[in-house]
Design a binder for this molecule. Sequence first.
Ligand SMILES: [Zn+2]
Length: 229
Amino acid sequence: MLHGERHRTDRIGWLRAAVLGANDGIVSTASLVVGVAAAGGGVREVMVAGAAGLVAGAMSMAAGEYVSVSSQSDTERADLERERHELATDAAAELQELVGIYIKRGLDPALARQVAEQLTAKDALAAHARDELGIHAALAARPVQAALASAAMFSVGALLPLAMAWLAPSGRVVPMVSVTALVFLAVLGGLAAGAGGAPAFRGAARVTLWGALAMGLTAAVGSLFGVQA
Ligand SMILES: [Zn+2]
């Protein structure tokens, strides 16, 4: 990495979470807006429903992310505690374990022992966390950041169809929000796929198809309610 090449894996994690959050925001809010408009709701009803959907969706994304990342962080902390205990009670076995890990990675036994001894002398817990448990300080679970990031991305996604609903000429909310939402989804899907090294077209087609399905269904349900009103 020192010679300046950047690996895609560096940015995949947060990019995928960001795009998924924005996709959710677009699909769920656009579907909500299209459903209310198809049921005959005026601009005020559409905006109230859309704004409520934005807040509810952002909060549920944040809650879901916070809970899942917190449990990951709990697991990491418990693993580190156990490792700390094992290092304190049986350092020789732990050193042997580290030597075994480096031999498995391709080092010859003498060099593996040398590396294990030096890393253990420097910071035994850090060496075991990284090489035995796969816990890297840079990738450590951060529940609050994860929750805020996904809520923010959901809100950004949700604001797009909401803005379109606000700008649409009256009676044109359904087509305007649907078409622009599909364009946003296609762009996001293509960007995410491209950034991950996958074919952009397939990524775009995948999210657009699901978006169209979601909006089509809610529009149908909405118009059903509209007919009955
Ligand atoms: Zn260990």
